[in-house]
Design a protein around this ligand. Sequence first.
Ligand SMILES: *Cc1c(COP(=O)(O)O)cnc(C)c1O
Length: 434
Amino acid sequence: MSYNDSMQKQYESLGICREVYEFGKKIEEQLKERFEEIDQMAEFNQSKVLRAMQKMKVSAECFNISSGYGYNDLGRDTLEGVYAECFHGEDALVRPQITCGTHALALALMSNLRPGDELLSPVGKPYDTLEEVIGIRPSKGSLAEYGITYSQVDLLPDGSFDFEGIKNAINEKTKLVTIQRSKGYATRPTLSVDRIGELIAFIKNIKPDVLCMVDNCYGEFVEDKEPLEVGADMIVGSLIKNPGGGLAPIGGYIVGKKECVENAAYRLTSPGLGKEVGASLGVIQSFYQGLFLAPTVVSGALKGAIFAANIYEALGFDVIPNSTESRHDIIQAVSFHKPEALIAFCQGIQAAAPVDSYVTPEPWAMPGYDSDVIMAAGAFVQGSSIELSADGPLKPPYAVYFQGGLTWYHAKTGILMSLQKLYEQNLVNKDLMC
Ligand SMILES: *Cc1c(COP(=O)(O)O)cnc(C)c1O
């Protein structure tokens, strides 16, 4: 039996038929050059992480477990140094006490804004869960309740910045500008670090003392530089996405200007205590190991996203980003325009998981979202979206947002399995697969 036959049999044993496997193989063969570029990016970012760990003198003592107040927690403090070094910040807050990305963003906003200040989003509506943080949708404890106002300038229809609109929106109250790097649940393009830099330069030219915060979720290690290198004051993200490398079981980070980080630390713990307290309870070793693996894990996820774009574009679906454009985050959106296809896709991702592969995801109401959402995740860490996962709100255009994969091979299997489910339910044009 040839190698190809035994590989195909192997996929068949997972439930992926010959037609789907062969189609995937054909698509993959066209992607060799792009995959090589991604490998080079991973190599570059690996050396960046390694250098930061060496420079901060990470030692075996850093993996000791602290409890109680967590005073003088060497592992925690050194890790914050590693993050600051790696992402080019003056200081960092990297904590298991930051429960998720939304919490990290809320913390950065609430600690750096004061009553009477205004928050501006110059890149359109922020990520769904931030609507309640800001008070776009009224919520207990929102920024709006504390007298912090919000203004928003949408991107222009072609995805470019509305410079005129942004200029008009900046006023004497504008204190902080929030820039979301990734598209999140919108179908707008993701911003490259260079474009973020252009936007920040424009804003600082109008008002130099305004703070520019970048929601960096899903963007870490996709490019060879990060937003602090192009003028951002703060970057914020989740450790159960890219920088946790799939190993961090919880956590969030804020990296940037010393004062921004200090404000956040005083809010996370208490005025006067700041970064001095917060025991790491034994999870800190996984933060180091996850960060160390993150460039490679991100590269696998990126290959998966590109593979999915090429598969589904060839089958006639709208994909964002498209099959050839450059990548600035690990998310792939596919618009199915049909709820059944969105559901079948997610069920395929679930069926390909190492954990909970036998359960069938169904659309459900989720806290923080304004429509039913279907989520597929068979993850080692609950809700981790650096692991292979897919979700989509059950509303037009019935777009799925697909991301992650701890290894490229698993991402590939997941995508083939998603196609298998569409194939079985006659939701794809099979003629396009030959
Ligand atoms: C995931 C994400 C968030 C929120 O993070 P959670 O960990 O889900 O709370 C915020 N912004 C963007 C762009 C995201 O991708």
